[in-house]
Design a protein around this ligand. Structure first.
Ligand code: URA
Length: 228
């Protein structure tokens, strides 16, 4: 590798640009990862490291991988689920199993995808046997989730299921009552529109409820037109 190329690689890693180097022209440019400002990428990395350092946590002890996030850190929409399942634990990314495939379809229905949405969970390690995270576990991970929101600065947060709703809105109401409404929240001094909707895993069990999710998704599509 010549000196000029080494300098170019250094420069691109400095500006956080993802490149694949190959002699084949087709692979010589951006592989489709979004450009993320250096301070945002650094803050996300720092947060990931902090979560990685968590001690005395049953979730972490039983999990194979830290499941941090997927999608575009510059997104206006942030999706928050409950916690990783078996597939997510194996792959290290949120919503990659059956519920994730449905989530992708739901997002696609309003012209969104992981390219313009950011996805994370209330807890970052898989609860054993796919149980719900306990209240204590949710409280332990909440400061990290709030920090995550603060870094991403989304305009809209989609809360999928009761765990995400309870964690962020502190409401113990049933989802069917809470879904489909805009609720303005303040997280670490940041004002954000949030909306609760059914978790895709629930929709897989109760497909007749998808009609309500569709209403919520259309509300997001409308809101996105108005938020800058
Ligand atoms: N369910 C969730 O809440 N999150 C995931 O990442 C996968 C399934």
């Amino acid at each position: 590798m010549n000196n000029k190329l080494t300098k170019l690689i250094k420069y691109y890693s400095l500006i956080n640009h993802n490149l694949i180097f190959s002699n084949k022209s087709i692979n010589r440019y951006n592989i489709g990862q979004p450009f993320v400002q250096k301070d945002k990428a650094g803050s996300l990395q720092k947060l990931r490291e902090e979560i990685n350092k968590i001690k005395n946590c049953k979730l972490k002890e039983n999990a194979s991988n830290l499941v941090f996030s997927d999608g575009n850190p510059n997104a206006k929409v942030m999706v928050i689920g409950e916690g990783p399942g078996a597939n997510e634990d194996k792959e290290g990314f949120p919503f990659v199993g059956r519920a994730g495939q449905l989530l992708d379809k739901m997002l696609n229905a309003i012209n969104l995808s992981r390219k313009n949405v950011y996805i994370t969970n209330v807890v970052n390690y898989r609860p054993p046997e796919n149980r719900k995270p306990t209240e204590k576990e949710v409280e332990r991970y909440l400061p990290y989730l709030k920090k995550h929101i603060e870094i991403i600065k989304p305009k809209i947060i989609l809360l999928l299921g009761s765990t995400a709703m309870n964690a962020i809105l502190k409401k113990a109401d049933v989802i069917s009552k809470m879904r489909g409404k805009w609720i303005e929240i303040e997280i670490n001094k940041l004002k954000i529109f949030s909306i609760v909707s059914f978790h895709p895993a629930y929709l897989l069990r109760q497909p007749d409820q998808k009609k309500f999710s569709w209403i919520d998704l259309k509300m997001i599509r409308e809101k996105l037109r108005r938020v800058s």
